[in-house]
Design a protein around this ligand. Structure first.
Ligand code: CMC
Length: 399
């Protein structure tokens, strides 16, 4: 063998393989990285907007009931009337809490955040689920439908017990959104309640799914080890809780309440920006030119304000929106005007992120099913930034 060929073989053998972290491009925060495939949802900053399984969310919101959207995410098609009927009967039947979960809700530490209560409850629900560790497609669907019924009940029961109120059961004649409003606020009848439930339904549709956001990604990473669905959902709840993700809707409402009046809003935002503080409910990792869901919920929040004869929250929000766009070029995300709508509905502030879960549970479960149906373990590489290789020294030789 000539020297040239030998050198070439030597060079090829020392080349990093595709599997080597040195060959990969690194993007902090995985910004712009395609981390997997999905048939569930397409996020498009352009005219396409957000689509669930091909349907524009702007077409679904307010026209399809949230239950139809959940069916679409789980089964891949919009339901016929009878399929929807079967589906609602199925999750209504699963709308009960096993003994250990009820017992836990009776003893949660005072002051516990509802997202922490929910995270632990879902973990407990997993221990009591009849399909617990079965990761087959059908078992995962059954678990997803049960979770969709159980989650609002966990949130409402915990909240009511903590506040000295008797737990109530979901009502068979109410829709999913109407039941959430009833369980959390006792509202059931009347035109205003009907209008509130319609807006809540819209917000649930908008919150249902958003491809590889942080909580969904953590659910998929967990699911990719072929562990059980409840473990994946527990990971997702812990991830959603953070103020940079789902916790933002609660943080936005806190900001509105601190500002109190529209007259104070402009100065408040300018001072916060001068102090380099982040304004909650603005910005998005992917949607840099604006969040199409925000315009939809904004319109509903404004009209709900008119129905409730209460314009205060919308006016505060609109002022903040104007100043932040002007000063930072940042647009409101879905959490911003949703907080206006939830304030008008009288939903307790600490339950805003749990209400987000009532909706996103559908997207999470659909992703867990999709991941486990076509699984490959998610295991990326890291760029090493630590010390260079060094030798172990026994105690006597260390300084
Ligand atoms: N207010 C003020 N400045 C902001 C904001 C904001 N809301 N968002 C981003 N910036 C600034 C940030 O300070 C930084 O400025 P500089 O370059 O001078 O340091 C620049 O914009 C880029 O920030 P980033 O954190 O690198 O941007 P990102 O794309 O990684 O962040 C985000 C996305 C959602 C974490 C961020 O916009 C944010 O913290 N927003 C407020 C929290 C929020 O509303 N979260 C809900 C997100 S959408 C729904 C969901 O996922 O649940």
């Amino acid at each position: 063998m000539s020297n040239g060929i030998a050198n070439f073989i030597q060079w090829v053998m020392t080349m990093p393989t595709d599997n080597d972290a040195r060959t990969a491009t690194y993007s902090p925060g995985l910004d712009g990285v395609l981390a997997g495939e999905t048939a569930l949802c397409h996020v498009d900053e352009g005219e396409g907007g957000l689509r669930y399984r091909g349907y524009a969310v702007s077409d679904l919101a307010g026209r399809a009931r949230f239950e139809e959207v959940a069916y679409l995410l789980f089964f891949g098609k919009l339901p016929t009337r009878s399929e929807l009927q079967d589906f609602t009967t199925q999750f209504a039947a699963g709308c009960m809490l096993p003994g250990p979960v009820e017992a836990f809700l009776g003893v949660v530490p005072p002051g516990a955040h509802p997202m922490d209560i929910l995270r632990t409850s879902v973990s407990l629900l997993g221990m009591a689920d009849p399909d617990a560790s079965d990761c087959s497609h059908d078992a995962n669907l059954r678990k997803a439908i049960r979770l969709m019924g159980q989650i609002p009940l966990v949130i409402a029961t915990a909240y009511r017990l903590i506040n000295g109120k008797a737990p109530v059961r979901p009502q068979a004649d109410l829709s999913f959104a109407e039941n959430i409003l009833y369980l959390l606020t006792d509202r059931r009848d009347g035109e205003t309640t009907k209008a509130m439930a319609q807006v809540l339904d819209v917000s649930l549709t908008l919150y249902a799914e958003h491809e590889f956001n942080a909580s969904t990604f953590s659910a998929r990473v967990t699911a990719s080890t072929m562990t059980d669905m409840h473990s994946a959902i527990t990971s997702a709840i812990g991830t959603l809780k953070g103020p940079l993700h789902g916790g933002a809707n609660e943080a936005v409402a806190e900001m509105f309440c601190e500002i109190e009046t529209a007259e104070r809003a402009e100065q408040w935002v300018r001072e916060s920006l001068a102090k380099k503080q982040r304004i909650m409910g603005f910005g998005h990792r992917v949607l840099k030119k604006g969040d199409s869901r925000s315009a939809i919920i904004q319109q509903h929040a404004e009209s709900l304000g008119r129905i409730c004869y209460d314009h205060r929250w919308y006016e505060i929000a609109a002022t903040i929106d104007r100043v932040v766009q002007q000063e930072k070029g940042l647009y409101p995300n879905l959490d911003f005007y949703t907080a206006v709508a939830y304030l008008l509905m009288g939903i307790p502030r600490e339950l805003y992120t749990p209400v987000f879960v009532c909706s996103r549970i559908t997207g999470w479960c659909a992703h867990v099913i999709e991941q486990q149906d076509h699984n490959r373990l998610i295991r990326p590489r890291a760029l090493y930034t630590g010390p260079a290789a060094r030798e172990y020294l026994p105690f006597d030789l260390r300084s």
